[in-house]
Design a protein around this ligand. Structure first.
Ligand code: NCD
Length: 315
């Protein structure tokens, strides 16, 4: 491990994994390890962000990501405010910029933003003076999810280089898949995506992944099986014949998991649809890392907030 506490990110915002180098990713993960230790202690508070204002601006509903960022900011001593903004799709662009300018006038230091449109967080970042962290934009990126997944993998499997990671399910609508593909590829994993053609993005052949259309071949010899939620709220039209059929072919159950390595581990970013993309026996089974992912989420978000705040004026 490098000297994590001296690590800084050479950027103001974290919009995506795209553009992050392997040493930057590793630096963030090493820093997060320190917060994993802190978070398991009784006294969890630091004063690193004392005097700083963090606003969590969520245009889309979220439970775990928003609470994870809130706990992370509070543990570092920031004043954290949550704003859940109802969405009027007609005025979307206008509302976004107006909201950004209004908040900017209140001098926040850190703005954590989730928005249903890809690119919205980058657009907002150009309008404000503070650090902006993307907490998920449309089907584009969700960088802290990929970082927490990488931390979880590294703690259970050691170095990510050479691991076979199968990302399965609704890749088309998933910002989690996109960020994970970029991160895992940058750290040298062998990434596979496993999905029916209707749930794969156009141009998937240009991503650094192996494409599989059946769970049987996609899971063969995998070290990590990462399941994605079937994002029905993003589907305009019919992408699967029926949930029952989807589970039959693409839902992860114990029989399909047997195709992976005997010590393979199972992940899911949550929220899970039990009986749709994953069977309860697997989700709650001995190979599941799903609860550990949530724990790592807080540590990773503390690392990101801390690293970015080190670049703030007067820091
Ligand atoms: C993911 C998201 O919002 O992109 N969830 C999360 O951040 N925990 C995945 C999902 O919604 O399926």
């Amino acid at each position: 491990m490098t000297d994590a506490s001296a690590f800084t990110l050479d950027r103001r915002d974290l919009i995506g994994i795209e553009g992050l180098s392997a040493p930057e990713i590793t630096g963030l993960l090493d820093l997060a390890e320190e917060f994993v230790v802190l978070n398991r202690q009784i006294e969890k508070k630091r004063t690193t962000l004392r005097g700083r204002t963090q606003i969590n601006l969520f245009f889309e509903a979220s439970t775990r990501t928003q609470s994870s960022f809130e706990i992370a900011g509070k543990r570092l001593g920031a004043d954290v405010m949550n704003m859940s903004v109802g969405n009027s799709s007609v005025k979307k662009g206008e509302t976004l910029i107006d909201t950004a300018m209004t908040l900017n006038a209140m001098h926040p230091d850190l703005l954590v933003v989730r928005h249903q449109s890809s690119g919205a967080v980058a657009l907002l970042a150009r309008k404000v003076d503070c650090c902006v962290i993307n907490a998920g934009d449309g089907a584009h990126e969700h960088p802290t999810q990929a970082l927490l997944d990488a931390l979880t993998i590294r703690r259970n499997k050691g170095p990510i280089t050479g691991l076979v990671v199968a990302i399965c399910g609704d890749v088309l609508h998933s910002r989690v898949a996109r960020s994970n593909i970029l991160l895992l590829h940058t750290l040298g994993a062998q990434v596979r995506v496993v999905a029916p053609s209707t749930l794969l993005p156009a141009g998937i052949q240009h991503f650094p992944v192996e494409v599989h259309r059946s769970m049987e071949s996609g899971l063969e010899g995998a070290d990590i099986v990462m399941m994605l939620r079937l994002q029905r709220e993003r589907m305009a039209g019919s992408f699967i014949p029926s949930v029952k059929e989807y589970f039959h072919y693409y839902g992860l159950d114990e029989a399909k998991l047997k195709r992976a390595k005997p010590d393979a581990l199972v992940m899911h970013p949550g929220p899970m649809n039990r009986g749709v993309e994953i069977d309860s026996a697997v989700a709650d089974g001995a190979q599941s890392l799903i609860r550990e992912q949530v724990e790592m989420g807080v540590a990773v978000r503390m690392a990101v907030l801390d690293a970015l705040a080190r670049k703030l004026p007067n820091a």
